[in-house]
Write a protein that binds this ligand. Structure first.
Ligand SMILES: Nc1ncnc2c1ncn2[C@@H]1O[C@H](COP(=O)(O)OP(=O)(O)OP(=O)(O)O)[C@@H](O)[C@H]1O
Ligand SMILES: [Mg+2]
Ligand SMILES: [Mg+2]
Length: 301
């Protein structure tokens, strides 16, 4: 097959591993810088251009879209979908998962366990937002944050009010969430491909920290998933419509709670912790599922 990886940087671990896996499995692979793709729209045929070349004969694309370029990345994927090119991550699925409020709404509709969350625009709702999630301690999260930045644990209602007011002052979008204390500063990353969890790791926060992000000094180790955790991870990925997803779960006293569903999950941490060849599993999934017009949504919706 002829496969394109949409990635801004071919030196990134995940991009390199996907190139290796494609090559090892006998495919022709190219890395395309998402921001260097440009598009032509007319009534008869959509075109994706790249440095003066028409991109028309790829069997599949693997989008690896960073959060900072989500809107443009979505447009590029959609354009490929309009050509009938198979996209491992469909534009609609990527859009759902990148919008954290929309993602939580979709999960809640299908009864997936999640930390109780609240959000509001109006400044007069601060106390109510805290009360809705069960009162302090609460976690306040910037919707735009990554790598644990903009995630604050407020131990008291007073502290929570101050943080919320500060975020409002900065005109930042945020949500308020019930703090899952019994997770003990750990969460579980489940790497889902199709209907299976192919690898999982537990991430534990550094001492004195509640955020388990590896970027915040957290450590990763192998973990054994319960059947309920597996089922929850797969269900969350399917609700988003993602063929490949990194589902983050908190282990709570009322069972697994989904914190978020990542649509371009990094491979380095999970391959290292699990010693699994996740990149090869991704390519195998493409071999089994790609085909002209095989995307479910074809860029609509
Ligand atoms: N409601 C919560 N209860 C307990 N711990 C939480 C809660 N929300 C987040 N955490 C901890 O904080 C960490 C960071 O939170 P989260 O994953 O929501 O933000 P982020 O990592 O900055 O966002 P992203 O993963 O999109 O980059 C989590 O990995 C988890 O360890
Ligand atoms: Mg996270
Ligand atoms: Mg994330």
């Amino acid at each position: 097959m002829k496969i394109a990886i949409l990635s801004r940087n071919r030196r990134l671990y995940s991009t390199r591993r996907l190139v290796e896996a494609c090559t090892e499995r006998g495919h022709e692979v190219r890395v395309l810088d998402t921001l260097k793709c440009y598009m032509e729209l007319s009534s008869h045929e959509p075109v994706v251009w790249y440095k003066g070349e028409k991109l028309e004969d790829f069997d599949a694309i693997i989008p690896r879209i960073g959060a900072s370029i989500t809107p443009y990345g979505l447009a590029v994927i959609r354009q490929f979908e309009m050509l009938g090119t198979y996209s491992l991550t469909e534009s609609v699925a990527l859009g759902r998962s990148r919008d954290k409020l929309r993602a939580l709404q979709l999960l809640s509709r299908k009864n997936v366990g999640m930390p109780i969350s609240s959000f509001a625009h109006d400044v007069h709702n601060t106390k109510e937002l805290i009360k809705l999630v069960g009162g302090a301690p609460v976690v306040v999260k910037l919707l735009e944050g990554t790598q644990g930045r903009g995630v604050v644990l407020a131990e008291t209602a007073k502290a929570a009010e101050s943080v919320i007011d500060a975020f409002r002052e900065l005109k930042a979008d945020f949500l308020v969430q019930e703090f899952i204390k019994e997770a003990g500063g750990a969460d579980v990353r489940c790497l889902v491909i199709g209907k299976k969890v192919v690898a999982a790791m537990q991430r534990t926060a550094a001492s004195g920290e509640f955020r388990s992000n590896l970027h915040r000094g957290g450590t990763a180790e192998l973990t054994r998933l319960t059947p309920a955790e597996r089922a929850t991870a797969v269900k969350a990925a399917q609700i988003m419509g993602l063929n490949v997803a990194g589902v983050d779960i908190l282990r709570s006293s009322r069972g697994p709670l989904v914190m978020e569903v990542n649509s371009s999950p990094g491979l380095e941490g999970i391959e290292t912790a699990s010693k699994k060849n996740v990149a090869a599993e991704i390519v195998k999934f493409i071999e089994e599922n790609a085909g002209p017009n095989k995307n479910k949504t074809r860029g609509t919706g």
